[in-house]
Design a protein around this ligand. Structure first.
Ligand code: NAI
Length: 332
């Protein structure tokens, strides 16, 4: 049974081929993003299409896929804000995802970004390569004793809270569904506004939805402490980037770490080292010494890629055989 991959990278081939040894699908990999420009290239009778975070599954694209006979759309990621689920439902396409491949991978990356920024190890790395061992400009601060706010305490936010508690931080959180285990471990749930006012460090771990688009904007930034550190490993659209840049310029935000960016589909997962980048906003962000940008790599560990491939192939097999699939895995 054929399974057509979009946005495929060498590591996707490697891990999916390995996992496929016990599933036996016919795997075909395309490097291009899926979108209206390419959807007509899908062969008639392709039963399964597998996509990633920046593929555009609009109503139009889903309509064409349905007309070509696609039965299952397998998202090899957790987030699904790039998919028009209503359109899939209308056309009878089943949609599955990988809800939890390694929450620790993302949580640990958020912490890596935080430590890099507040201890300036990105600067120290470059400096000692130039035989400059001076410490001027490398002054950091302790995480121990700081108040860390997690917005969203699902799988990733929970892993993040546990790590930060281990650092000796006061951990506060905001989530419409508080986690009893975290509460028992001393995490205090607060309304978002109170979290924003109290936290020295804010890390975003909620999904992007129309209700929380630009959660971090001029107004909410005003409620935060001067000198706040913000980490976003969730989705770029949670930040109003222009407002964040203004806030960095005024010094209100002391440090910003982003693994996601609203316009990332034109940039991330590509080697653009020989190109002129036209996006002035990301260039401005990358020019700040107190901003760390990574290209959506928080999930990128061996453990996570193994799990993504295994769960995706298992779910597709079950859906195509009409077998039951976990509620969390199935979106439509
Ligand atoms: P999850 O579904 O386990 O948890 C999300 C939590 O956010 C839930 O507890 C939910 O109640 C809460 N939430 C929803 N709206 C909220 C709001 N407005 N304010 C506060 N809390 C809210 O999801 P999981 O697995 O923890 O992933 C979180 C997000 O991380 C994903 O939606 C995705 O955008 C992002 N992600 C990023 C990756 C990367 O490589 N950078 C990889 C995987 C996920």
């Amino acid at each position: 049974m054929k399974m057509l991959f979009f946005s495929a990278k060498p590591y996707d081939r490697q891990f999916f081929h390995q996992a496929n040894e016990k599933h036996g699908f016919e795997l075909e990999f395309l490097e291009t993003h899926l979108g209206p420009h390419i959807v007509n290239a899908v062969d008639d009778g392709t039963p399964v299409v597998c996509t990633f975070v920046n593929d555009k599954l609009t109503e139009e694209v889903i309509g064409v896929l349905a007309a070509k006979g696609v039965k299952v759309l397998a998202l090899r990621c957790a987030g699904f804000n790039n998919v028009q689920l209503d359109a899939a439902r209308k056309h009878g396409i089943r949609v599955c995802r990988v809800p939890a491949y390694s929450p620790e991978a993302v949580a640990e990356h958020a912490v890596a970004m935080l430590l890099t920024l507040v201890r300036k190890t990105h600067k120290a790395y470059n400096r000692v390569r130039e035989q400059n061992f001076a410490l001027n400009g490398l002054l950091g601060f302790n995480l121990h004793g700081k108040t860390v706010g997690a917005v969203g305490t699902g799988k990733i936010g929970k892993a993040f809270c546990r790590i930060m508690a281990g650092f000796g931080c006061r951990v506060i959180a905001s989530d419409p569904f508080p986690d009893a285990e975290l509460q028992a471990a001393g995490v205090e749930y607060l309304p978002l506004e109170e979290l924003m006012a109290a936290a020295d460090i804010i890390s975003l771990h909620c999904p992007l939805a129309p209700e929380n688009k630009y959660l971090i904007n001029r107004e909410t930034l005003r409620k935060m402490k001067r000198g706040v550190t913000i980490i976003n490993t969730s989705r770029g659209g949670l930040l109003h980037t222009a407002d964040v840049i203004d806030s960095l310029k005024s010094g209100h935000i002391a440090y910003l770490g982003i693994d996601v960016y609203e316009q990332e589909e034109k940039l991330f997962f590509k080697d653009l080292s020989g190109s002129i980048i036209e996006d002035d906003t990301i260039q401005r962000l990358m020019s700040f010494p107190n901003v760390l940008v990574t290209g959506h790599q928080a999930f990128f560990t061996e453990e996570a890629l193994r799990q993504i491939a295994e769960v995706t192939l298992r779910s597709v097999g079950r859906l195509m055989n009409g077998e039951a699939v976990d509620e969390e895995v199935i979106l439509v």
